[in-house]
Write a protein that binds this ligand. Structure first.
Ligand code: B16
Ligand code: MG
Length: 227
């Protein structure tokens, strides 16, 4: 059976759930400029970069052209300062179910483990979760030219490992992330709902349901179809 050499994980929604903290910080910012913001709209921002998220919020409030770039950067900074106040209180209890066991199994079988997050706060979050030592490489979102759904962040991790994409498996909870994995030429594991992640090569409803042997079987089939 063909087995992958690396697993490359998304952070928010796969390793831990920071979406709620992003929600609280964006909601406060949106309300301060008179835009309604609810949890349903927050779903659109999962996996989407900071400035792109702000643009979506401004469009929702019909304010896409109401601010200069300098004003928008100040708003993104304001949101991020609030977000950082929330995430520094995170603890290892906030690692999603069965993720530690999954990483341990991969480590024991000498599979490389990478992180491909759009978040510029990824190192802070991993530090609070006491997980910095669990990854062989963490991509620095600040140095990635194009954010998801572009393939850049997944390709950066594969390049660091010196691996062709077909030996890598990406794990994502957002549609933009699954697209990013596929554009990178990798096998995609989706965590979440078929309505948004139907394009994934294998899908689990949540992290507790991840079945590594099922992933390996599906990957083997996929690998045989690659050129
Ligand atoms: P930051 P992921 C993404 O992380 C989040 O899902 C998304 O909601 C956030 O806007 C983005 O990171 C940027 O985060 O503002 O901290 O740089 O899912 O790619 O791990
Ligand atoms: Mg995510």
């Amino acid at each position: 059976m063909n087995k992958p050499t690396a697993f490359i994980f998304d952070l928010d929604g796969v390793i831990t759930d920071t979406a709620h903290y992003h929600f609280l910080a964006w909601q406060a910012l949106a309300q301060s400029i008179g835009i309604d913001f609810d949890a349903a709209f927050n779903e659109n921002l999962k996996g989407v970069g900071r400035m792109e998220s702000l643009e979506l919020i401004l469009q929702k409030g019909n304010k896409a052209n109401a601010y200069t770039l300098v004003e928008k950067e100040a708003m993104a900074t304001q949101k991020n300062e609030h977000y950082k106040e929330l995430i520094v209180k995170m603890t290892p209890d906030e690692v999603l179910p069965k993720i530690p066991e999954l990483l341990q199994r991969l480590q024991q079988s000498q599979v490389k483990i990478g992180l491909a997050s759009a978040s510029k706060n990824a190192f802070t979050v991993l530090g609070c979760l006491k997980m910095l030592g669990d990854f062989d490489y963490v991509a620095d979102a600040a140095k990635i030219p194009n954010s998801k759904p572009a393939p850049d962040v997944f390709l950066d991790v594969a390049k660091h490992f010196g691996l062709d994409s077909k030996y890598c498996i990406g794990v994502e909870d957002a549609a933009a992330g699954v697209e990013s994995i596929h554009r990178a030429g990798m096998f995609a594991v989706g965590i979440g709902d078929v309505s948004s992640l139907g394009e994934a090569d294998i899908l689990f409803p949540n992290t507790a349901a991840i079945d590594v042997d099922a992933i390996y079987r599906a990957y083997d089939q996929w690998f045989k179809q690659q050129a």
